[in-house]
Design a protein around this ligand. Structure first.
Ligand code: NAI
Length: 703
């Protein structure tokens, strides 16, 4: 690696410009400018690091009075090149570059725009000063990748901005805009106009001395404040080892700088090649792959300038909020004036809440309010390029809505359905142009949840699929492409998981034991707590619909039917699998009685299930269903299942997702789990080709 980056090549222009391909060196009246140019996001690769070390040496030789580090293109440096993290790192490493900056006799200013993240921000923290565009985003996301910052982030950041703030920023991987970071000293100045001019002026107008962050002492703050920040992130970090390490390192930031920097580097190196960071990197790459479909060029996407949303219920409102937040105008259609007013008012109230919490400013709230138009006639959607229907989950209603849209919309406008389960091909069959129809399955709340299942129906045109993917990008959503199938990828796998959980309850595990095993695995909530939260009635209605066609070869669990019949629909009725009289879920003897009755009726002899067995059976159910749907081509690739489950269903990210996790389990043990799953499910159980799918996941060529 880096052959082309070894030599510094000189390009002849009026001023001497040198470049190793990734860092361009230029002298501007005694100030050396080092411009990092490694498209698309100036990742700090080996070539960049070499270019920086060369450039700093060159600036010394040229007797520069100061140096400006700046990024070419859209940002400063978005982070390290994660592909390098799988192998031993090559010299110079980032700490070597920073050591060269600190050792230089001249002051070095980092000029930040776009993003300065991870190694990018650490590089900037290693400089003497930081000047930034007000909207530049600064952050240290290493914790979200199972690591700690490894180039001084845990040491230089607290010395500049204090320990408690640093703990929050590092452990929660928060990004903050430079304008917000100015008051507490993370940046020294904001640049309203041209960034490079501002940085040059910053160095020229006032004599600047060296000011190494490592030599500073963290601003004083009460120990309790620091401890409170630590306690808070530990709770949220769900006990991940890297979070605890990050806290320890930040807390030590008033100690000897060299010793602490060495400590940090050693922790970073261990975590970098550890199982969690390796899994999280795999997931990171899987997420990027999931946004791509072979043969589909995003540039071919039909353009979308205004989005229509039909139905202003839970999902319609959420989708409208998400689209407005992305800066696109929305036309919202409801059935009548009253329903429309309710929906528009609710969106307004939500904006007000966001404003009160400081999540958006008054200008943004006004702009979003102004960009929302409400109508109660399909004709009002005529100027939309893409319309998403989020009306009742009913084939008849949806077909009627689509027919109305076809009559109203211009021919090239895209029609999308947010259906959870329905067959989109059947929905669009009666249209003249079913090729303009796509599924866009959002998750609730749609403006918060990152996942978007983009459903490619049999007839969906390539430029319509591209429009769906482009919209996902515009909304900062993680897309996963699915084919039509009952529940697409996520809900289909979730249904298999919930079925297994209910069977476990029937066979002897208490709901709280199942939920505890699942949270013990790393989910935020177990399946029964989730069912109570979303309401038991939707699944009940579905079971009643499917009663006639139910396969008698699959064991059926009657417990949730009895709960619903008893009016226990979940949290909203104060009781479901749990009792909510106290506000918190409590095990309920009435539920235990229902379970016992149903067990007797089913002739089940109950037995104990250790927590680990519960976990492994639920994983087996997920993995088996995933294998079935990959076999059917519902998901493009095994890693898309991992992306779906981690972004939409709370599957713990640090495992890499269910299939990544399964591929690292003992095969004999996994086979035994799958056999047990088959036995528990009934004779009609369908076993997916798990071995083949995991093989595909593991083979580098396929992925
Ligand atoms: P909801 O019942 O809260 O909202 C549906 C809204 O559509 C109602 O406000 C109703 O007045 C309106 N509506 C019905 N027919 C209409 C028509 N012909 N024209 C205009 N408006 C009409 O339902 P929800 O939960 O928002 O679900 C909507 C769709 O989203 C369903 O297909 C559902 O399966 C799907 N979905 C729901 C999720 C959830 O968590 N609730 C998650 C993902 C998808």
């Amino acid at each position: 690696a880096g052959a082309k980056s070894q030599g510094v090549l000189t390009v002849k222009t009026e001023t001497a410009v040198r470049s190793n391909g990734s860092v361009i060196y230029r002298m501007d009246d005694r100030i050396a400018v080092l411009e990092i140019s490694n498209p698309p996001v100036n990742a700090s690769s080996l070539a960049v690091r070499m270019g920086l070390v060369d450039g700093l040496a060159r600036a010394g030789a040229d007797c520069a009075a100061g140096v400006v580090l700046i990024g070419a293109g859209k940002c400063f440096v978005a982070g390290s090149d994660l592909r390098e993290f799988e192998l031993p790192l090559s010299k110079p490493e980032l700490p070597d570059v920073i050591a060269a900056i600190e050792a230089a006799e001249f002051p070095v200013v980092a000029a930040l725009h776009g993003v300065a993240l991870g190694g990018g921000l650490e590089l900037a923290l290693g400089c003497d000063y930081r000047i930034a565009k007000p909207d530049a985003q600064l952050g240290l996301p290493e914790a979200s990748l199972g690591m700690v910052p490894g180039a001084g982030g845990t040491q230089r950041l607290p010395r500049l901005i204090g320990k408690s703030r640093s703990i929050g920023m590092i452990c929660q991987a928060t990004r903050i805009p430079a304008a917000e970071a100015l008051p507490f000293g993370l940046v020294d100045a904001l640049a309203e106009g041209d960034l490079l001019d501002a940085a040059l002026t910053f160095l020229r107008d006032t004599p600047r001395t060296k000011r190494r962050a490592r030599d500073l002492t963290p601003p004083p703050e009460p120990t309790e404040t620091v401890q409170a920040a630590a306690d808070q992130v530990l709770r949220r970090g769900r006990g991940r080892p890297n979070v605890a390490e990050a806290i320890r390192l930040v807390q030590g930031a008033d100690g000897d700088a060299s010793a602490m920097l060495a400590d940090e580097r050693a922790v970073f190196q261990t975590l970098r090649v550890g199982p969690e960071a390796t899994a999280l990197r795999a997931l990171f790459f899987a997420e990027r792959r999931a946004a791509m479909v072979d043969s589909i060029d995003l540039k071919s996407a039909r353009p979308v300038r205004r989005v229509g949303v039909i139905g202003g219920g839970t999902m319609g409102q959420g989708i409208a909020r998400a689209v407005l937040a992305a800066g696109l105008p929305v036309t919202l259609l409801e059935r009548d004036a009253d329903a429309l007013k309710r929906a528009v008012d609710a969106i307004g109230t939500h904006l007000q809440g966001q404003l009160a919490k400081g999540r958006i400013d008054a200008g943004q709230a006004d702009a979003r309010r102004a960009a929302l138009t409400g109508v109660f006639d399909t004709a009002g959607l005529a100027d939309c390029d893409l319309v998403i229907e989020a009306v009742f989950e009913d084939m008849g209603v949806k077909r009627e809505v689509l027919a109305g849209l076809e009559r109203t919309l211009p021919a090239e406008a895209v029609i999308a359905s947010n259906t959870s389960y329905l067959d989109i091909d059947e929905m669009s069959a009666a249209l003249d142009h079913p090729d303009r129809v796509i599924g866009l399955h959002f998750f609730s709340p749609a403006d918060v949840m990152p996942l978007l299942e983009v459903v490619r129906a049999r007839s969906t045109a390539p430029d319509v699929l591209a429009a769906g993917l482009a919209l996902a990008r515009r909304l900062s959503k993680q897309p996963v492409v699915a084919k039509v199938s009952e529940g697409f990828i996520g809900n289909r796998i979730y249904a298999a998981y919930r079925r297994r959980a209910e069977l476990l309850a029937l066979d002897g595990a208490t709901p709280q034991a199942v939920d505890a095993a699942v949270t013990g695995f790393g989910f935020a909530m177990g399946p029964f707590a989730v069912a109570d939260m979303s309401g038991l009635d939707i699944a009940w209605a579905m079971r009643k619909r499917q009663a006639a066609t139910r396969d008698p070869g699959l064991r059926y669990v009657t417990i949730p039917d009895r709960l619903c019949e008893a009016g226990r629909l979940g949290r909203k009725t104060g009781a479901g699998w749990y009792d909510y009289a106290t506000g918190k879920p409590q095990p309920d003897p009435a539920v235990a009685e229902i379970i016992e009755t149903e067990r007797r009726a089913a002739g089940v002899t109950s037995r104990d299930f250790p927590g680990e067995e519960i976990q492994r059976q639920l994983m087996a159910a997920i993995v088996n269903e995933a294998a079935c749907l990959i076999d059917e081509g519902v998901a493009q690739r095994p890693s898309d299942v991992d992306v779906t489950m981690c972004n939409g269903y709370g599957f713990p990210r640090w495992t890499g997702g269910p299939l990544y996790w399964a591929a690292r389990q003992d095969r004999g043990r996994l086979r035994a789990d799958l056999t047990q799953l088959a036995q528990a499910s009934g004779p009609a159980h369908r076993a997916g080709p798990v071995g083949a799918v995991l093989g595909r996941l593991m083979s580098a060529t396929e992925e």
